[in-house]
Design a protein around this ligand. Structure first.
Ligand code: FAD
Length: 457
C-alpha cells in the first residue's frame, strides 16, 4: 500500500513526523511538494523566497535520492494536485504538517473534504513547523496569550515531543511522476548575497553556530556589527530545520546563551499563536486602531527614501541596503527601521511590512506582520508609544560605526564620532559627501507622532 507525504513549510527529512507516519503506514511513499497556484497568485512568492525554495527542493530531492527515492513536484491547485497524485498512485492516506494561518487552515479543510469524498484520509501532524503549536498553551480567559512574558513561562514548561530520526530508506511507487526539480539560481530580481536553501545547509549552519555563536548569544545578539545571531530564520520559515530539534539541542547544550536563543524561538511560536487566533491581524491592527497614518499618497517621497536607504540617517540606510543585498536584516536593525517608518515618519505599518515581505528570505506572515505591529504600537507591545532614536541606538549597538560603514560606503571615511551623525561635519566637508541630509528632524518626527497619537487618544 501507498501513502503520500505532502511537504509544505517543512522541507526536511530529519525530525519530520508526517514522513515517519507515512513510512510506518505504507510500503511505499510519495514525497510530494505542490507549487500552490494560490500562493503565487497572492504575490507572496517573491523572488528571494522562490530562489531559496528551489534550493530547498533540490536538497530535499537529493536527500531522498540518497535513500532510494525522489521528490515529486507538481504545480497548480494544491487540492487538485494532491487528489491527482492519490488517484495515480492509489494511495490510501495523505500525511502533512499543520499550518497556522487562515490560508493554511482553509486549504487543509478543502483538502480533507476532497480526500474524504474519494474515500481517502488526511492525517495532520502538529509541532512540525513550530515547537509548541497554537492553542496548546492558553491563559484561563482567552484562546491565546496577548503578552509574551506569561506566554513564555507556560511555553518553557510545555514538554516537547522527541526528535524523529531521518528515514534510512524511502521507496517511491512507480507512476509517481512530477516536474524537474529546479536548481538554485535561475531567478531574476534576487538579492545578490542571498544565502542558499536546503536542509544540508541548515544542518551545517546549526553545527557551526553551536560551536562558535550560541554561548555568546545573550551578550552579542544586539551587536549590529558582530552579526552574531544564528541566521536560521529562513531555514525555520521553510522548515529545513526543525524548531523542536533546535530547542532540544539548545537545552542539551545549556548555558545563558542557549537559554536566550530558546527564548527567541518562543517569540516565533508566540506570533504564530496570535495569528492563528486572530488571523485578521495579518492586515488589521491587533489592539489599538490607528487611522491617521501617512500613506503612499501623503508621504510618497519619504517612503521611497526609506525603501531605498537614503533617509540621511546612517543606521536606517545601512539596514535598508542590507535588506536588499542579502534578503535579510539584523533584528535590532529591523526594530530601528520599523520604528523610524511608523513613528518618526508616521507611515502605515502595512507599507513597511509589505516591503519587508517582498525582500525578506525569512518573510513570514506571522512574524513579519506581528513584529511590525509590535513596533508600530498596534500590536502586543505593552509600551506602544516607545520611539527608538536612530542616533542613540546606532551609537549603542554599532559604537564604532562598523555596520554603517559596511553598508553605506559614502560614510566609510568618517570617524566613529561622526559616522552616526554626518550632518555634524563642517559645511565644507559635508558638501563633499555624496550622502543626503536627514529627510526629517527627529524632533519634528516626534512632535508629529505625539500629535497623531494625541488626536487618536
Ligand atoms: P536569531 O537571533 O538567531 O534567533 C533565532 C530564531 O528565533 C530566528 O531565526 C527566528 O526564527 C526566531 N526569532 C528571533 N527573534 C524573533 C522575533 N522578534 N520574533 C519572532 N521570531 C524571532 N522573523 C522572521 O522569521 N520572519 C519575518 O518576516 C520577520 N519580520 C520581522 C519584522 C520586524 C519589523 C521585526 C522587528 C522582526 C522581524 N522578524 C522576523 C524577527 C527577527 O528579526 C528575525 O527572526 C531574526 O532577525 C532572524 O535572524 P536570526 O535567524 O539570526 O535570529
Amino acid at each position: 500500500n501507498v501513502s503520500v507525504v505532502l511537504f509544505t513549510a517543512d522541507l526536511r527529512l530529519t525530525d519530520h513526523p508526517p514522513l515517519r507516519a507515512a513510512l510506518d503506514a505504507a510500503d511505499a511513499v510519495v514525497p510530494l511538494f505542490v507549487r500552490d497556484r494560490a500562493i503565487e497568485a497572492a504575490g507572496f512568492a517573491a523572488p528571494n523566497r522562490r530562489a531559496f525554495l528551489d534550493g530547498c527542493l533540490a536538497d530535499l530531492d537529493a536527500g531522498l535520492r540518497e535513500r532510494g527515492g525522489h521528490l515529486v513536484v507538481r504545480s497548480g491547485d494544491l487540492v487538485q494536485e494532491v487528489c491527482r497524485v492519490v488517484t495515480e498512485t492509489d494511495a490510501e492516506e495523505v500525511h502533512m504538517a499543520a499550518g497556522h494561518s487562515r490560508f493554511a487552515a482553509r486549504r487543509e479543510e478543502r483538502l480533507r473534504s476532497a480526500l474524504e469524498a474519494v474515500g481517502r484520509r488526511l492525517c495532520v501532524h502538529d509541532a512540525v513547523t513550530v515547537a509548541v503549536p497554537p492553542g496548546m498553551v492558553t491563559p484561563a480567559s482567552s484562546d491565546h496569550f496577548a503578552v509574551f512574558t506569561p506566554y513564555y513561562r507556560h511555553w518553557a514548561r510545555t514538554p516537547l515531543r522527541p526528535v524523529v530520526r531521518a528515514p534510512g530508506r524511502v521507496v517511491v511507487p512507480e507512476g509517481a511522476g512530477g516536474e524537474r526539480v529546479p536548481a538554485h539560481g535561475d531567478h531574476v530580481g534576487v538579492s545578490p548575497a542571498l544565502p542558499p536553501g536546503g536542509e544540508s545547509q541548515a544542518r551545517k549552519q546549526v553545527t557551526a553556530y553551536w560551536r562558535r555563536g550560541l554561548d555568546g548569544y545573550e551578550t552579542t545578539h544586539d551587536d549590529l556589527a558582530a552579526d552574531a545571531t544564528s541566521r536560521l530564520s529562513a531555514h525555520l520559515h521553510f522548515g529545513t530545520v526543525s524548531p523542536v530539534e533546535l530547542v532540544h539541542r539548545a537545552r542539551r547544550h545549556g548555558g545563558a546563551g542557549a537559554e536566550a536563543f530558546v527564548r527567541q524561538l518562543a517569540w516565533r511560536d508566540f506570533h504564530h499563536q496570535v495569528l492563528a487566533a486572530r488571523p485578521e491581524t495579518a492586515h488589521a491592527d491587533y489592539r489599538t486602531q490607528h487611522d491617521h497614518w501617512r500613506t503612499e499618497r501623503t508621504a510618497g517621497a519619504d517612503i521611497d527614501a526609506w525603501r531605498e536607504g537614503r533617509t540621511g540617517y546612517p543606521v536606517i540606510d545601512a539596514a535598508m541596503r542590507q535588506l536588499r543585498h542579502e534578503g535579510w536584516m539584523h533584528n535590532r536593525a529591523r526594530l530601528l527601521v520599523a520604528s523610524f517608518l511608523t513613528k518618526t515618519l508616521y507611515v502605515d505599518w502595512r507599507i513597511g511590512a509589505a516591503h519587508f515581505l517582498y525582500w525578506l528570505v525569512d518573510g513570514d506572515v506571522a512574524n513579519n506582520q506581528l513584529n511590525w505591529q509590535w513596533m508600530a504600537g498596534t500590536g502586543t507591545d505593552t509600551r506602544p508609544n516607545r520611539v527608538l532614536n536612530p542616533v542613540t541606538q546606532s551609537k549603542k549597538y554599532d559604537p564604532d560605526g562598523t555596520y554603517v560603514r559596511r553598508w553605506v560606503p559614502e560614510l566609510a571615511g568618517l570617524a566613529p564620532r561622526l559616522v552616526h551623525e554626518p550632518w555634524k561635519l563642517p559645511a565644507a566637508d559635508r558638501a563633499d559627501l555624496d550622502y543626503p541630509d536627514p529627510i526629517v528632524s527627529l524632533s519634528t518626527g516626534l512632535d508629529r507622532f505625539r500629535r497623531a497619537r494625541g488626536k487618536e487618544a
